[in-house]
Design a protein around this ligand. Structure first.
Ligand code: C5P
Length: 248
């Protein structure tokens, strides 16, 4: 596994969910140096492409490219290699793409980084999308409980050399129980106490997530919609630092 973030601030990931480069750049400028990484996903990348990515990267924060790749191994390898050449520090894929797909991604991350003279991006696997209910999973031929399937896919990802699992705060315990610290955990669905929930139905506070065993915390609106995003990041980092000290 790659080294874990060294400071509370480095554990924060800001999700820049927009299609507008000017908006993403404005958030990235405010948050660079206050969070560990900034995340752009398929919404931004489909609209703005490598130019938009480069404009955000130029603000100084390491980049998380959240494309959730899922295709045949050769195609995913091509996507991951391109992400490594762009200089992404974290890249997501679906563990349900299977062991060969994940192994191909791992090799491509290494090869792309070597070609670019950059560090290898961390590969993060998504297991079961939190938007899927047990009924939805049954409809696609997956009768096991969501937790059973999450742990099965997390184990498969760890065995394929994937660095981290993206999981909800409620899945941290089951994954840690099954895999210990063989994978890092990157956790969205976080809301500082008192902030608006938006469409997150079962959110956890930063402190609770860290105490449960999260390594990185992904937050969008609590940072981007704050009156002062930098101050919001500093307050959350302080909460994370307090919770980490209690865990250590
Ligand atoms: O604004 P908010 O904090 O809800 O944003 C959370 C970010 O994490 C979004 O970019 C969202 O796509 C992502 N995410 C999530 N829940 C998951 C997986 C990813 O909210 N289960």
């Amino acid at each position: 596994m790659l080294p874990l973030p060294a400071s509370a601030q480095a554990r924060l990931i800001a999700a820049l969910d927009t299609t507008e480069t000017a908006q993403a750049v404005s958030w990235a400028r405010a948050l660079a140096g206050r969070v560990g990484l900034v995340k752009v996903g398929m919404e931004f990348f489909t609209a703005r492409g490598p130019e938009g990515f480069a404009a955000v990267a130029a603000c100084g924060a390491p980049m998380f490219l959240d494309m959730k790749f899922h295709d045949i191994p050769n195609t995913v390898a091509g996507g991951v290699r391109a992400a490594a050449l762009l200089g992404a520090s974290m890249v997501t894929l679906h563990a349900s793409g299977g062991p060969a797909m994940m192994a191909a991604a791992r090799e491509a991350a290494q090869a792309g980084a070597r070609a670019a003279g950059k560090p290898r991006p961390m590969l993060l696997a998504v297991t079961v999308l939190t938007s899927l209910s047990a009924e939805d999973m049954e409809a696609v031929g997956q009768p096991d409980s969501p937790t059973t399937q999450v742990v099965r896919l997390a184990r498969l990802a760890a065995e394929a050399g994937i660095d981290a699992i993206v999981c909800s705060p409620h899945e941290i315990g089951a994954i840690r129980a099954a895999l210990g610290r063989r994978v890092a955990l990157v956790v969205p669905g976080i809301r500082p106490a008192g902030s608006a929930m938006g469409d997150q139905k079962r959110a956890t506070t930063p402190g609770e997530a860290v105490r449960a065993g999260a390594d990185w915390l992904v937050m969008g609106r609590p940072l981007t919609q704050a009156a002062d995003p930098a101050a919001a990041a500093a307050a959350i980092a302080a909460e994370v630092a307090g919770a980490s000290a209690a865990v250590a």
